[in-house]
Design a protein around this ligand. Sequence first.
Ligand SMILES: Cc1ncc(C[n+]2csc(CCO)c2C)c(N)n1
Length: 217
Amino acid sequence: MSDTFTDWLRKRSEPDWTAATSHPFTDALLAGRLPADAMRGYLVQDYQFVDSFLALLGSALAKADRYASRLEISNSIAVVTSSENTYFQRAFEALEVSAADRKHPRLDPSTVEFRSLMDDTNANGSYPDVLAVLVVAEWSYLEWAMGAPERLPEDSIAAEWITLHNNPQFQRWVGWLRGELDRVGAELDERDQARCLRLFQHATRCERDFFAAHWPG
Ligand SMILES: Cc1ncc(C[n+]2csc(CCO)c2C)c(N)n1
């Protein structure tokens, strides 16, 4: 069977892709043995990531070439701003994150780099460019979360973070997103495909660095 555009992007992003989707951080999270300090630090930084991510979804919404695509993207925006947002608020309560760290934590270099990539792509990228960065952020999360054991961690903060990223609705969304990039990517000339690849590779490196920054091992 011939590879799709997103299969090609992923293969060309090794070894970072595999490092980002089977990281010691996610292995420990799935096994219920991630130290609370690591989870707290990670979620504090991730919350700062989510704002730029949401803006990037808005960029995809604006740049999409058809109404049906805008409907799919707006559905996903609703998820990020509802269930995902309430998760962070509950997790911050449970992990006793201070008001200052919820609002204006000192940003880790890995957060700064990922935000710059999303903000630059938002400002300057085409629809396929924006999709390339979104696909990495969503597909890589689906991939590690699909490795969940049957018995989830007893800690509800960990368990919920896993199910947010492997539930059937999320699987469907990632499938749609990949199919969308496969569709618009097939129309691109070689130069523009190479641009998507560079963004995909950069985003994959950012995912890997983000976990590494919060892994105490
Ligand atoms: C560093 C980092 N990369 C990707 C995600 C994944 N993610 C971001 S927002 C969202 C909801 C989209 O529907 C998902 C799955 C993350 N949380 N943190």
